[in-house]
Design a protein around this ligand. Sequence first.
Ligand SMILES: Cc1cc2nc3c(=O)[nH]c(=O)nc-3n(C[C@H](O)[C@H](O)[C@H](O)COP(=O)(O)O)c2cc1C
Length: 175
Amino acid sequence: MKNVVIISSSMRKGNSDKLCDYFQKGVIESRNKVERINLRDIELKFCLACRDCYNFGNCTQNDDMNKIYPIIKAADVLVLATPIYYGEMSGQLKVFLDRLYPLFTSIGKKDIYLIASCYENDTSFIDSSLKSIKRVLSDFGLVNIKGIVYGENTDEPNDISSKQLLAAYNKGKAI
Ligand SMILES: Cc1cc2nc3c(=O)[nH]c(=O)nc-3n(C[C@H](O)[C@H](O)[C@H](O)COP(=O)(O)O)c2cc1C
């Protein structure tokens, strides 16, 4: 049984979050274990670049990341979901990735899935917008991108289509 962790970074229950819901349903049906973390529901402070994690091995800030570090470490599969803002991952997801610095050399091997939504009706726009996420992940040694779930052509929170949701479900089920 695989241990799947889904990080949903949109501040609204919109398109990328709904893709997470369907991906999660698929994972549950495949009888793997799944944990969902919505960044809008947690206290997430900025990285202070204090290097306490570097010198002492853990983050000395007191917020919800302390509970999340062991969850990320134990994951076999990490799913990162983001709305595209200005051709980039969301600021929330970037802050989350910054705060993973304490795990920089110890995060372990994981399969990665990326989920993204944007108003451009073009999946290649999403591919180019995900370049910096992939770069950050490769700094952690996470290069095994197993799949991308596309939520192109969406702007209002309910714009995601049933076809796109089905694709998310199928990817989750195939884990
Ligand atoms: C600050 C901001 C910047 C955005 N920049 C882009 C962009 O560069 N390209 C694009 O296609 N959509 C852009 N969008 C639209 C969102 O990506 C789109 O509404 C998406 O469906 C949001 O996903 P969500 O429903 O999961 O939050 C932007 C939206 C916001 C709020």
